[in-house]
Design a protein around this ligand. Structure first.
Ligand code: NOJ
Length: 460
């Protein structure tokens, strides 16, 4: 017998932001329409074996044309907030210079539609889709990137700041610098320690300078930025595994937030930082890297278990797969562990200088199947239920957490994983663009509607 569980949105307080998050490159499609130029992902995904089955950001979910019906879905599921990103190459097809009026008009329409439906828009300025024209000039490695980024941020602020009050500067800088410039698995596919270190330094500056630009242009703005984070668990208590875990922790969790909080780059792992310093990086500009954000967006999916591995450059560490450890995991092999979600949020909350936290992404990919109009994704329901329960406990401990965004509204272009990793609350057939709300979408609707009177309580 299912048990009535009184988990409800109400328990998080009336002002809590419950939303879904999406990004431009993963959802919009329409890659060359109305003046948009190519982004790095359009080009990178054409390289053989760069993405699963050669998939690219076209057609994605055709959100460019279908945003009205998709926003209606967000509303119908009961969410009060919507997080999306602005495509740089739609707004500035030359990367810099003059704005494209059609690009501005498009995001005006999306924003106005959010407001008409009563959805609070949360705008991410940069979610990984650099214009290819800027990549040709070096992209995040170029010393000009910060000037280009400030210009883009300024145009977004001026065009949308009268209606958009919640801003996120960068999406997961640790992910796009590591995967894009060190490991080569994401656009632009570089594998170079020098390129990586430069991209890190520039992205650290972009988060503070972008925020300062929004502060200067948008009265009443609430400014945040997002960080990927994962609890890093040493494989054993052996000294070398502990040291390996601490190096990974530095690169995954600390390297972007600590300079933003005015702590400079983390230096306590001397070995790693000295190695990084020897490679042309001068870790200066401490005050330029700092910004007093109104809130910090944390994005968590899984913890990692780390073992010493002398063959891996720089970190000399590698993860031990969840499947090898025989623990529950998603279709991407990501460990499901709400306790670890709690631990890493708790740890971030202990940094001085964080005023407010939001979970700006959390979710899971599973091998969903559509059977006679229905997707029974019980595993995803359990994932959300358990993570929301953990989050509520943190809130009850007194942590100032003010929002939670599910990743994601609908099955979309999951970067190198193409269209096979399905994260959506809504199933999408990418050939026909037919949308089908999954059971997890209905679960969310019940969770969000429950008013504490019992009639819509979520059954688990
Ligand atoms: C983080 C990224 O921000 C998002 O683009 C991605 O799809 C999800 N994680 C899932 O991998």
């Amino acid at each position: 017998m299912p048990v009535e569980h009184p988990l409800s949105a109400q328990m998080f307080g009336d002002d809590f932001h419950f939303g879904v998050a999406i990004s431009a490159a993963q959802n919009e499609g329409a890659i060359l329409e109305d003046g948009r130029s190519h982004s790095v992902w359009d080009v990178f995904s054409r390289k053989k074996t760069a993405t699963r089955k050669g998939a690219g950001p076209y057609p994605a979910c055709d959100f460019y044309h279908r945003y009205k019906e998709d926003l209606l879905l967000v509303k119908a599921l009961g969410f009060n907030s919507f997080r999306f990103s602005i495509s740089w190459s739609r707004i500035l097809p030359d990367g810099s210079g003059k704005a494209n009026p059609a690009g501005i008009a498009y995001y005006n329409d999306v924003i106005n539609e959010c407001l008409r439906l009563g959805l609070t828009p949360f705008v991410t300025i940069y979610h990984w889709d650099l214009p290819q024209v800027l990549q040709q000039e070096g992209g995040w490695v170029s010393p000009l990137i910060n000037r280009w980024f400030r210009h883009f941020a300024r145009i977004c602020a001026k065009a949308f700041g009268d209606r958009v009050k919640n801003w996120l500067i960068l999406n997961e800088p640790a992910a796009f610098t590591t995967l894009g410039y060190l490991v080569g698995k994401h656009a632009p596919g570089k594998r170079s320690l020098d390129a990586y270190l430069k991209s890190v330094q520039h992205a650290v500056l972009a988060q503070s300078e972008g925020a300062a630009m929004i502060r200067a242009q948008v009265p009443g703005a609430r400014i945040g930025t997002t960080f990927s984070c994962s609890e890093v668990i040493p494989f054993s208590s052996r000294e070398e595994d502990l040291a390996a875990a601490s190096r990974v922790d530095l690169l995954m969790n600390r390297i972007f937030i600590e300079p933003l909080l005015g702590m400079g780059f983390p230096e306590d792992d001397r070995g790693l930082m000295e190695k990084m310093n020897r490679r042309n990086l001068t870790w200066k500009h401490a005050e330029k890297m700092q910004f007093g954000m109104d809130f910090i967006g944390l994005q968590n999916y899984f913890p990692v278990v780390i073992k010493h591995n002398p063959f891996i450059p720089l970190v000399q560490a590698s993860p031990v797969k969840a499947s090898d450890r025989k623990v529950p995991h998603t279709s991407l092999g990501w460990e499901i562990n709400p306790g670890a979600f709690k631990n890493i949020i708790r740890r971030f909350s202990q940094y001085d200088g964080i005023k407010e936290l939001m979970i700006t992404e959390n979710g899971a990919a599973f091998k969903d199947s559509l059977n006679r109009g229905r997707v029974q994704d019980d595993a995803r329901i359990a994932y959300y239920r358990d993570h929301l329960t953990a989050l509520l406990q943190l809130k009850q401990e007194g942590m100032n957490i003010t929002g939670y965004f599910a990743w994601t509204l609908m099955d979309n272009f999951e970067w190198a994983e193409g269209y096979e990793a399905r994260f959506g609350l809504v199933h999408v057939d990418h050939a026909t663009q037919v949308r089908t709300i999954k059971d997890s979408g209905y679960w969310w609707r019940a969770f969000l509607e429950y008013q504490g009177k019992g009639q819509h309580a979520v059954r688990i």
